[in-house]
Write a protein that binds this ligand. Structure first.
Ligand code: XIL
Length: 302
């Protein structure tokens, strides 16, 4: 499970990367993945537009490739993601409320059943809250047609489909204490109080100079953990380079390790070359798979 993966495992955590099937055939990419990481998240292959682009017709091929690679390497797999307003095929938003509810439950059930027993944690619902100070839900077909209850319905359906997978809520700009993270916090607290099944909260961790690692990052993870859920850094990348970038990564790793229920960290890609924000050079290995100061900082902090 790789060098970073092994260092994390010695701390009882995982250290993973987002991967794409498109690059698995590149030997340098696969070698870097296998040499360093102990967990994978499919970057796009388990999203609705790939898996169910037309209703009730499922394409598991790309996701299966990643699962096969990960299993051969004894890597954990995070499933990403079941219910999200982006990368959603047009047919979904065209449905009536009751048809959408059935389609959502069917999607969750079919996908989780296909991958049953293979997934460590699923991002059941992704990015359901608005940015800014309102703490309100984000407009989406699910929110607008089914209403607030769609999230708990998704989690209940998910629990029934694969009782052994951890069920996570995942979002961004929730890494510090702010109105958005507090809205998520209040939802999780309510779910725990009412017995709605939820096991973990994912913090994406996309950072840049406008949105740096918050000073209350560790305290925020801890307040969620204190609700009785695991927490995970799920999509970490930090725009920049050199010492500043390395220091941000170090803060993230140390913050997670200081929280007993922070079970692992995933960076959003193996190499800067294929990052979704490639020009930000936000990852641990450069475009030639060379280790950056950010890599050294992570390894030192683990
Ligand atoms: C991104 C992928 O990295 C891109 O390849 C794709 O074009 C768009 O989605 N939050 C998420 C991830 O939860 O799924 C997103 O991934 C990045 C933001």
């Amino acid at each position: 499970v790789g060098t970073l993966g092994n260092a994390a495992a010695a701390q009882g955590r995982y250290f993973g990367a987002a991967v794409s099937t498109a690059h698995l055939g590149e030997s340098a990419y696969a070698a870097a993945l296998d040499a360093e990481f102990g967990a994978v998240t499919p970057e796009n292959e388990m999203k609705w537009d790939t898996i169910e682009s037309s209703q009730n017709s499922f394409n598991f091929g790309p996701g299966d490739q990643i699962v096969a690679h990960a299993q051969a390497q004894n890597m954990l797999i995070r499933g990403h993601t079941l219910v999200w307003y982006q990368q959603l095929p047009g047919w979904v938003s065209g449905l009536s409320a009751s048809a959408l509810e059935s389609a959502m439950n069917n999607h969750i059930t079919q996908v989780m059943t296909h991958y049953k027993g293979k997934i460590y944690a699923w991002d059941v619902v992704n990015e359901a809250f608005q940015d800014g100070g309102s703490g309100a839900r984000r407009s989406s077909p699910f929110q607008d047609k089914i209403g607030n209850g769609y999230i708990e319905e998704a989690f209940r359906t998910a629990r029934a489909a694969d009782p052994n997978a951890k069920l996570c809520y995942n979002d961004y700009n929730t890494d510090g204490v702010n109105a958005k993270s507090t809205a998520v916090y209040n939802m999780v607290k309510d779910f725990k109080a009412r017995g709605v099944p939820i096991d973990c909260v994912g913090f994406q961790g996309h950072f840049n100079s406008q949105s740096p690692v918050p000073s209350d990052f560790q305290a925020n993870l801890q307040r969620f953990a204190d609700l009785g859920v695991d927490v995970q850094m799920t999509e970490v990348d930090v725009a920049g380079s050199g010492t500043a970038q390395a220091n941000s990564y170090s803060t993230i790793v140390k913050g997670c390790l200081a929280v007993t229920r922070c079970t692992g960290i995933t960076v959003w890609g193996v190499t800067d070359k294929y990052s979704w924000r490639s020009s930000d050079t936000p990852l641990l290995l450069d475009g030639n798979y060379q280790k950056k100061p950010s890599y050294d900082a992570v390894l030192a902090a683990l």
